[in-house]
Design a protein around this ligand. Structure first.
Ligand SMILES: CC(C)(COP(=O)(O)OP(=O)(O)OC[C@H]1O[C@@H](n2cnc3c(N)ncnc32)[C@H](O)[C@@H]1OP(=O)(O)O)[C@@H](O)C(=O)NCCC(=O)NCCS
Length: 203
């Protein structure tokens, strides 16, 4: 058995009982970080994040208790989400199959310290292709500046490629354009406007 297999088994059974993944974790172990233009110093990857207390993995149902929602609240307003609501949303995301919420855990303290989501749109165009979207990127503020933002974004971007997407898109604040450019994203002149229509109080 290789180290990666042992790691996956350990993650699954760390609390003595299996915790359900949103998607299969094995795919993250085979992502080839050499395909990304991102420069990591020192070199790290989803399979080998550089510290033995750090794991890059799919979201688990039990992550409600590992600070996932508190982490997201460093990105935007999350609201008051009960365990039942979280559970129902997790189930729906899993059933739909197009949600790849990916996290970094600090296993020393059992807390999530980074997250990003790949969502996949099924298309008719381009021969029934798939398009990826990068959403909800966040690193816990006490862990920033240590390559974890790059690590989680490159992980889900390579995942999109591995799953057969023809492109991956994102919306971001102006100040983060350089960050995403260093990871392979490009402004496309004449085709780079993000527009939104916001609705009052959706119930
Ligand atoms: C953006 C964010 C995920 C980056 O995480 P991080 O772990 O600090 O990023 P890294 O350590 O991997 O930094 C990668 C590079 O991006 C740069 N960078 C990081 N955050 C930046 C920011 N807010 N503004 C400008 N540059 C930034 C770093 O200086 C670094 O550059 P270098 O490689 O030349 O040294 C993190 O700041 C965050 O969670 N911010 C709040 C939520 C947010 O804005 N999310 C993005 C929504 S689009």
């Amino acid at each position: 058995m290789v180290n990666q297999d042992i790691l996956i088994i350990w993650i699954k059974y760390q609390d003595g009982k299996p915790s359900e993944y949103l998607y299969s974790p094995e795919i993250l172990q085979r992502l080839d970080f050499n395909k990304s233009p991102a420069i990591f110093k020192p070199k790290i990857s989803a399979a080998q994040p550089g510290e033995d207390w750090m794991v890059v993995r799919p979201l688990q149902r039990s992550d409600y208790d590992k600070g996932f929602l508190q982490l997201l609240s460093q990105l935007t307003n999350v609201g008051n989400i009960s365990r039942k609501l979280f559970d129902d949303r997790f189930t729906k995301m899993k059933q739909s199959g197009g949600y790849y919420v990916t996290v970094i855990e600090d296993t020393r303290v059992g807390k999530l310290i980074g997250a990003a989501t790949l969502t996949i749109e099924q298309k008719f165009i381009h021969n029934c292709s798939l398009r990826g979207r990068l959403e909800d990127v966040v690193v816990n503020d006490t862990y920033r500046g240590k390559q974890l933002g790059k690590l989680i974004v490159v992980t889900v971007s390579l995942l999109a490629q591995e799953l057969g997407c023809y492109k991956m898109s994102l919306d971001c604040k102006d100040k983060l354009i350089k960050f995403y450019e260093s990871l392979g994203y490009k402004m496309e002149p004449g085709n780079s406007n993000a527009m939104n229509m916001r609705f009052d109080d959706p119930s």
